[in-house]
Design a protein around this ligand. Structure first.
Ligand SMILES: C[S@@+](CC[C@H](N)C(=O)[O-])C[C@H]1O[C@@H](n2cnc3c(N)ncnc32)[C@H](O)[C@@H]1O
Length: 358
């Protein structure tokens, strides 16, 4: 399967869309927004560009893409007033895979322009463009960017690792859809190697596109434990596996279909991120943090809706599910999440990495 063609968040603005179910990702970006503002201000103050190029990689189709732009423009304007410098013009590139619903973002642009004007400033020129394609490869011309931002996207690998398949093409991870206690060691190794390959290609590509001194802020799901099976982000995949197994038990899907489903996801540790940055060699690490977050007020059904808006395209492609099965699957999934929340304090781990191009 070509993941880059099949994978997309649920577009539009309907009940099950990513637009309507991305508030958990928004909370992460909100909690770290002081670091985003600080990072972009630093670039502006050191480079004083007349035309500032920035990219949001894996922007998706929700309102989060527009809040990120607003935040960056406001932070730079504030810094320019403090420095008594004219603000730059902004070139903002919104990137995601080709199948992303960019139109839903474009429809929100008039509101963004109005909000920025309402801020009372002389709104500097803001040129926004979509740039479809995979971030595991080149997207922009040489040295054209000052700031690269990516939130909640880089934990997606370019593919399910080839190393998890036997010669005949059967998955060796038959009793899981991600790394779990039941996964053989070869599966963990294959996922790690895929992450190393992809992340190093990502760094190499961005190193050619950023100017020297340019910055990159990467926010993605990560893990604090060396063991994947017990880390907080894996429990969502484990419960999704259990919900799919429930459908097998009910005769809704064949066991073989479930045995061959694996996700193209990886939650790296701090050391795994640092190792790749060091090996690739084009960036200085300014900050690397693993931030643990627990949203007390989040319900199982809110989490289930968020995961549905993210996974629906892949599940539909593999299992051929229609709406009624999706409703059943995610209803069960929400119950399992609520049960887990009632039993233990689940925290998700977010990795934050701030890099400067050498
Ligand atoms: C969960 S959404 C995050 C969207 C937004 N940044 C936010 O924080 O709400 C992840 C996005 O990453 C995109 N994505 C995954 N792999 C990608 C790749 N290789 N290249 C570009 N975008 C990718 C997905 O299509 C999806 O829209």
């Amino acid at each position: 399967m070509d993941i880059h063609k099949a994978f997309h968040m649920k577009g539009g603005v309907g009940d099950n869309s990513y637009s309507k179910n991305s508030s958990l990702q928004k909370r992460v970006a909100e909690r770290l927004k002081h670091i985003t503002a600080w990072a972009i201000e630093e670039v502006f103050m050191s480079e004083k560009p007349k035309s500032l190029g920035m990219a949001d990689l894996g922007c998706s189709s929700g309102p989060n893409a527009l809040s990120n732009i607003k935040q960056v423009v406001e932070a730079v304007e504030k810094a320019s007033r403090r420095m008594r410098e004219a603000p730059p013009e902004f070139r903002v590139y919104l990137n995601d895979l080709h199948s992303n619903d960019f139109n839903t973002i474009f429809q929100g642009l008039p509101d963004l322009y109005r909000d920025l004007k309402r801020g009372g400033t002389n709104q500097p020129p803001l040129y926004i463009a979509a740039c479809p394609g995979t971030f595991y490869g080149r997207l922009f011309p040489d040295h054209s960017l000052h700031f690269v931002y990516s939130s909640n996207s880089l934990h997606w690998l370019s593919t399910v690792p080839a190393g998890i398949y036997e010669k005949e093409g059967r998955s060796m991870n038959r009793k899981s859809i991600y790394i779990s206690e039941r996964s053989p060691p070869v599966v963990r190794k294959a996922y790690l190697e895929q992450f190393q390959h992809d992340f190093s290609l990502f760094l190499k590509s961005r190193s050619q596109e950023l100017i020297r001194g340019g910055r990159m802020l990467l926010i993605l799901l990560g893990r604090t434990l060396s063991d994947h099976a017990h880390c907080a982000n894996s429990f969502l995949w484990e419960l999704l596996y259990q919900s799919l197994a429930h459908l097998v038990a009910q005769g809704e899907i064949e066991e073989e279909k479930l045995e061959s489903y694996d996700v193209h996801f990886y939650a790296p540790s701090k050391a795994e991120l640092e190792d790749e940055v060091r090996k690739e060699g084009s960036f200085k690490t300014e900050m690397v943090e693993m931030v643990e977050m627990r949203d007390e007020d989040v319900s199982g059904s809110a989490v289930a809706k968020a995961v549905r808006s993210i996974q629906e395209s892949m599940l539909a492609h593999h299992f051929g599910f229609g709406e009624p099965i999706f409703d059943k699957l995610f209803h069960h999934y929400a119950l399992l999440i609520d049960r887990e929340f009632a039993q233990r304090h689940v925290k998700s781990t977010t990795a934050l990495l701030l890099l400067t191009k050498l």
